[in-house]
Design a protein around this ligand. Structure first.
Ligand SMILES: Cc1cc2nc3c(=O)[nH]c(=O)nc-3n(C[C@H](O)[C@H](O)[C@H](O)COP(=O)(O)OP(=O)(O)OC[C@H]3O[C@@H](n4cnc5c(N)ncnc54)[C@H](O)[C@@H]3O)c2cc1C
Ligand code: SF4
Ligand code: SF4
Length: 943
């Protein structure tokens, strides 16, 4: 039961927003109560909005009921601005429009587009969006614009404010304005004359006040996201242009951004990087001043402590370890349209630094891998501190800017301040050309004394940055709750009064993201601090950054990886305290479905996590604990009787197929969906794409070739054939065998094949002992068959290959079929590519093994048009989970069909169960890539 007035709001919203999009359960509200900052506020109601019209109506109702509203994009904010204890509005699937103008000079984006997605679409055109936060592969346009986020290259010239071509916004009272549309502009002037006139007047009076105007211009010579974008008042006279630019950096406190058009910027293909070492920080900073006029795209300053934290990482020069205690480094990048132009730029930079004392000779690299290693180390610095922090503490990143000519002095003073306040592990690095420094330190908020220490430190930092250097307290991360108490200190009373006026004009009731940017409570930055209790060693290092979320198939259906951790942390905290057993019980009950049941255990979260956390491992461990001794016993029996068990599965598949054949797809689906519903979801789902049973039994063949391969057809490949309606499709092992023979390999099989399994089906349920039992049996059989590893060992199913690779480590070399076909088969057969388009889906294990490129290369040799969709990561089928929790598969693949071009009627992958899920959602059959290669090489014979 929701408290008033949220019960009424819920009722009203229910008239135009479906029930599933109004989230009220305590687990998911808690999960949405965290962003990447160290604050937590739990919303009373979470609303997933799908359209502008919904946002308009929602805002109207919130205004009537006086319920505050916060908008949320990807929730990677670091200053606590994506949180609410009232109504939190999320962006559903309806906000992903991305349109590049024909001349490529502008791009129109809805707020739910991830920045990196926009850049991947622009890259082939030699363009990108201007703002470049390090979080760009997670952060969405709504948040990037509303925070005026920026990064290593964009400086002040290419942020959202300066690359804004037009914007579409919904104001607090539901009014819509599209600054790109003359009719909308006119209508706005009629509907909101007071706001328009007041903004025009505010602009006029600010420009007329010379000292205030000069102060504003002076402040924005540096990167600055403290307070509102007051530069709009001095740079524009048209009230709607002022409005558009005030929206940038307004952190959801002035209105909702429903679409934005950016001017794109050049993205040069040729790049060179250099890590330049200095014996003294002062020398590095004076080099920065010189580089200001050199053709550099990015210059990152790294202090000695930050270098120490990464000096043992791969790709780091040895000289780093011997750098003196007050040494520093600059990581420099330069870019050009051609290789020749790049050389000219490198020479210019080298000349510029000719008289500077460097600790080692200057060396630029154009090697993409070497450069990526350097930049990845830089990008990983914040998480690196997070990963090293003691459990229970939080990692804080601050974000200040100083006049670049005083960078050395300011950095040394900052180092001193950190030491004085006992933050000995702190590191400092930043975008040197802008004087923008980040300092990262760990903080315990578990005691009043520690909170007090943090408070004193913040007071001292703010005083130093503002009073001594007239710098910015937030250069790019946004004011949020964290810096709200210091906005007046930084800007002074007249500018602060302007900000209050702006807020009152846009949001007279103060309902949009209250407490953010402007906050009358001087202690607000010390309240609502997020607890980070020990929960499980598998996830204790999580910094709740949210980088894992775009990878997760259950995100938006139930919980994301970050939210699974948030939920489990709270349960652990409650259990440790023992004071609220009822709440803990309620959360656990909800966690069972949202956290445990609907995790695909795909592990893709680990591929994006800066501290290497695989949330799926926690979930598998919890599944194991939940299973209990009886389930473990049953698993043990199943593992030891695997051949009869799979025979039983074949029987079941056969029976289902028989009935399917008799009653037809419609009746079968209707009846079984009904039965599944009646069972409360306990009966597995039936799919028309379900495999028909096969039973692969290897037939010994006389030796024909000098070379051999040990081929392990997975349980799925041995027992699951093509779906009904695809008669005549051979079972996979027969096709694979013929292909390998064609490439000149005799095919061997491990002994007792019918009972062999890699253990994956057990592992995904957390039944580790049974899983390892099967892996051990299979390892022994593979060792025998391969004569101790003399012959290559190949798996046709990628998840099984991945499991066995990890299990056998370097005791035997296991290859996935992708690797074997790419490296050993393709060079030995002649391929005739087919003209038809093919869709290719790299399953999660392929992504984790790093063989996506090889899979795509194989497909490209077989078809002139290979379609790989960025929209889909994990298919969510997850072995047998797709039968028990089909909603996960449906949700994960909800964009699949729309992303496939017309005319694409066949799909390829490397896991039979994933193919069942893909086939159902794409409405055409997916099968193993081996079928495609075998077919395209059919005329060739071996070479
Ligand atoms: C590891 C790490 C590194 C980071 N590096 C950088 C960096 O280099 N530079 C940088 O600037 N930031 C950085 N950030 C901070 C953050 O990622 C960025 O500011 C990012 O742009 C926020 O985008 P988001 O989609 O996560 O927005 P959210 O956090 O969801 O929201 C940000 C703000 O925008 C508002 N908002 C969201 N959508 C809308 C909308 N449609 N209309 C109006 N208001 C809206 C929200 O209310 C909130 O106030 C980093 C964060 C992390 C965790
Ligand atoms: S699991 Fe990793 S990526 Fe996900 S929120 Fe935690 S630290 Fe970030
Ligand atoms: S293992 Fe897969 S489904 Fe589970 S949390 Fe990670 S990404 Fe999501």
């Amino acid at each position: 039961m929701l408290p008033a007035p949220y019960d009424e709001l819920h009722r009203r919203l229910g008239s135009f927003i479906t029930r599933e999009r109004l989230i009220t359960d305590p687990l998911r509200r808690l999960a949405w109560g965290s962003d990447a900052s160290f604050y937590r506020l739990v919303p009373k109601l979470v609303v997933v909005a799908e359209s502008e019209a919904e946002v308009q109506r929602l805002l109207e109702h919130c205004a009537q009921l006086r319920t505050p509203v916060t908008f949320r994009a990807a929730g990677t904010s670091l200053s606590g601005q994506a949180l609410s204890d009232s109504v939190l509005v999320l962006l559903g699937d309806g906000w992903r429009k991305l349109q590049i103008a024909d001349d490529t000079l502008t791009i129109t984006l809805q707020p739910g587009v991830i920045g990196g997605v926009a850049n991947r679409r622009l890259a082939p055109l030699g363009r990108k969006i201007g703002p470049d936060p390090a979080s760009i592969d997670t952060a969405m346009i709504g948040g990037i614009a509303a925070n005026n986020a920026s990064g290593m290259c964009c400086g002040t010239a290419q942020n959202s404010y300066h690359t804004l071509a037009g914007i579409r916004v919904v104001l607090a009272n539901g009014t819509l304005l599209d600054t790109r549309d003359p009719t909308s502009r006119e209508a706005f002037m009629v509907r909101q004359p007071d706001l328009a006139n007041s903004l025009a007047e505010l602009g006029r009076s600010t420009r007329a006040d010379e000292s205030l105007a000069a102060r504003i211009r002076h402040k924005f010579r540096l990167k600055n996201t403290t307070g509102y974008s007051l530069n709009a008042l001095v740079e524009f006279s048209d009230p709607l242009d002022i409005l558009a630019h005030l929206m940038i950096g307004s952190e959801g406190t002035l209105g909702f951004i429903s679409e934005i058009t950016y001017f794109t910027v050049e993205e040069h293909a040729h790049k060179a990087s250099a890590l330049i070492l200095f014996d003294r920080l002062e020398t590095a900073c004076s080099a920065v001043t010189r580089l200001k006029s050199a053709p550099v795209a990015a210059v990152e300053l790294l202090d000695r402590a930050s270098l120490r934290s990464v000096q043992d990482k791969p790709g780091m020069p040895d000289a780093l370890r011997t750098l003196p205690p007050d040494g520093a480094a600059l990581l420099v990048e330069t870019r050009a349209a051609t290789a020749a132009a790049l050389l000219v730029k490198i020479e210019a930079i080298t000349r510029q630094l000719a008289s500077t004392a460097l600790a080692t000779p200057l060396r630029f690299t154009t090697d993409a891998e070497e450069s990526a290693a350097l930049w990845n180390v830089r990008k990983g610095m914040f998480p690196a501190v997070g990963a090293m922090r003691p459990t229970g503490t939080t990692v804080i990143i601050e974000d200040v800017a100083f006049p670049v000519e005083r960078l050395a002095e300011a950095t040394l003073e900052l180092q001193q301040l950190l030491q004085e306040h006992g933050y000995r592990e702190a590191i400092i690095y930043g975008h040197a050309l802008e004087g923008n420094l980040h300092f990262v330190f760990t903080q315990d908020f578990g005691s009043a004394a520690e909170v007090e220490r943090y408070s004193r430190f913040m007071d001292d930092v703010c005083t130093m940055v503002v009073k001594k250097y007239d710098g910015s307290l937030k250069a790019e991360h946004g004011t949020g709750r964290n810096m709200a108490p210091y906005v007046e200190m930084e800007w002074g009373a007249p500018a602060f009064a302007l900000m209050q006026r702006i807020k009152a004009l846009f949001d007279p009731q103060g309902l949009l993201n209250p407490g953010v940017i402007l906050n009358s409570d001087p202690q607000s930055h010390l309240k609502n601090l997020k607890p980070l209790p020990a929960a499980d060693v598998l996830v204790d290092k999580c910094i709740e950054c949210g980088f894992c979320e775009p990878k997760c198939p259950s995100r938006g259906l139930t919980l994301s990886p970050r939210q699974r951790i948030v939920g489990w942390r709270e349960i652990a905290r409650l259990d440790a305290a023992g004071t609220e057993p009822q709440r803990s019980g309620e959360l656990k009950q909800l966690y069972d479905y949202h956290g445990i049941e609907t995790c695909a255990a795909c592990g893709l979260c680990a591929t994006a996590c800066p501290v290497g956390i695989e949330t799926g491992l926690l979930i598998k461990a919890l599944r194991g604990r939940r299973a209990g001794p009886l389930a473990r016993k049953v698993a043990d029996i199943a593992a030891r009787n695997y051949a009869p068990l799979t025979a039983g599965v074949r029987l079941g598949l056969g029976a289902a197929d028989l009935v399917h054949g008799v009653v037809g797809t419609g009746a079968m689906k209707g009846a079984l969906d009904g039965l599944r519903k009646a069972s409360g979801g306990r009966l597995p789902k039936w799919s028309p794409a379900l495999a028909r049973p096969v039973n692969f039994v290897p037939r010994p063949a006389p030796p024909q070739h000098a070379e051999r391969v040990v081929y392990f057809p997975s349980c799925a490949a041995r027992n699951m054939g093509a779906q009904r309606g695809h008669d005549g499709v051979e079972m996979l092992p027969s096709v694979a065998e013929r292909l390998f023979q064609r490439a000149g390999f005799d095919v061997l099989y491990p002994s007792s094949l019918a009972g062999q399994c890699c253990g994956q089906p057990f592992e995904s349920k957390g039944l580790v002992d049974a899983a390892n039992l099967k892996s051990a049996e299979l390892e022994a059989a593979l060792r025998d068959a391969s004569e101790g590893g003399r012959w290559p060992i190949v798996f046709d199913t990628s998840p099984c290959a991945y499991r066995m690779k990890r299990y056998v480590a370097d005791r035997l070399k296991i290859q996935d079929s992708i690797e074997f076909v790419h490296d050993a088969v393709l060079p030995r057969v002649t391929l005739t590519p087919q003209p038809q388009a093919v869709a290719v889906h790299p399953v999660c294990s392929v992504r984790k093994m790093g063989t996506v490129d090889k899979l795509m290369a194989i497909a490209a040799r077989c078809s002139a048009q290979v379609v790989a969709t960025d929209e889909v990561q994990c298919c969510g089928f997850a072995g047998d989970r797709g039968f028990i929790r089909p909603e996960l598969n449906e949700h994960a693949l909800r964009h699949l069909k729309a992303s496939l071009p017309a005319g694409c009627a066949s799909g390829y992958s490397t896991s039979r169960t994933c193919e069942i899920g893909l086939s159902e959602q794409a409405a055409f059959a997916y099968q193993s890539i081996l079928y495609l290669v075998e077919r395209c090489s059919a005329g060739s014979g071996s070479r």
